[in-house]
Design a protein around this ligand. Structure first.
Ligand SMILES: [Mn+2]
Length: 311
């Protein structure tokens, strides 16, 4: 087991550090990456991710950060908020550059075998980076990490006691909490609302006892759509991305989470059987690269059904 200090020393020792985040980087991943880069301002650091989510892009612009470019080949790689190499997308190839690798990750499962890892269950990766950087006073870093926490906790809906302890440390006397909300776009765009309507049209409803499992497919905005379907009363939502057919997203509501349904384990196991990779959190998980996404989705629903039937 490594400590947050070990990771900080690892970063300090590096001359040219490459930071990698999962593809379609979200505010948590990006907030963490920007914070590390900003903290070690005088170091040659660059951030690489295979795409960046709209929300994260908006936060990047609001904060005025940049991803940067390395002046030389990296002598160390730091992977943030990513539980498996394949989730790095196109950036996975960059892992070849050096085996001097460290990971900071808050996911339940991991497929990385790095030299160093700081792993801990927390509501966001931002909370781990906050410890690694020794709770810096810098306002840019605190805002970037607060954005990460807000995003990963569904605007604090899934926050726990520890999240609030960390939040109260980060907010200080100089940040208005409402300013953090304004880092997030409120109105959903037309394209997002149309995607939601399509996903609702394609819904298949599976009832297990008094639980409702919903299965649907869509080509984008899976997290937003999953959240919306949970909000209107589903207990579990499984979304297959029809454009990138092998991506599956699963989300569960409070009722089934309390019953002990663990989507991270289910997605991990079903993706192994179907030659893909998967994992995540107990109530929010995903998988990628399965041979046959229809069969994989069937397997996932069967596994969920077994848990919900068995009491
Ligand atoms: Mn995260």
């Amino acid at each position: 087991m490594f400590s947050s200090n070990d990771i900080r020393f690892f970063i300090e020792k590096s001359q040219h550090l490459l930071i990698l985040c999962h593809s379609n980087a979200d505010p948590d991943a990006l907030g963490c990456a920007l914070s590390v880069k900003h903290y070690f301002k005088n170091k040659d650091i660059s951030i690489c991710c295979d795409g960046i989510s709209k929300q994260a892009k908006y936060i990047l612009d609001s904060l005025g950060g940049s991803l940067g470019e390395l002046e030389a080949e990296p002598d160390a790689i730091l992977v943030l908020d990513t539980s498996s190499p394949s989730l790095l997308g196109k950036c996975m190839a960059l892992l070849e550059k050096t085996d001097n690798l460290a990971v900071i990750d808050h996911h339940t499962t991991t497929d990385f075998t790095p030299k160093l890892a700081y792993r801990k269950c927390a509501t966001s990766n931002a909370e781990l980076v906050w410890e690694v950087l020794e709770k810096p006073n810098d306002i840019f870093i605190r805002k970037a990490l607060l954005a990460g926490i807000m995003a990963d906790t569904g605007h604090l809906k899934y926050a726990n006691r520890q999240t609030f302890i960390t939040l109260s440390e980060m907010i200080g006397d100089d940040i208005l909490f409402e300013d953090i909300f304004s880092l997030f776009r409120k109105e959903s765009e037309l394209s997002q609302r149309i995607a939601l309507m399509k996903a609702l049209q394609r819904m298949r409803i599976i009832r297990v006892k008094d639980y409702i499992i919903v299965r649907t497919s869509i080509g984008s905005f899976e997290s937003f759509i999953a959240r919306s379907i949970l909000n209107i009363g589903a207990d579990v939502v499984i979304i297959v991305n029809e454009k990138r057919g092998s991506r599956i997203v699963a989300r569960a509501g409070r009722r089934v989470a309390n019953k002990g349904l663990n989507l991270a384990t289910i997605m991990h196991e079903s993706s192994i059987i179907n030659n893909g990779e998967g994992g995540g959190h107990p109530s929010a998980a995903g998988s990628k690269g399965v041979d046959d996404f229809k069969k994989a989705a069937d397997d996932i629903i069967d596994a969920i059904r077994q848990v919900l039937e068995g009491d």
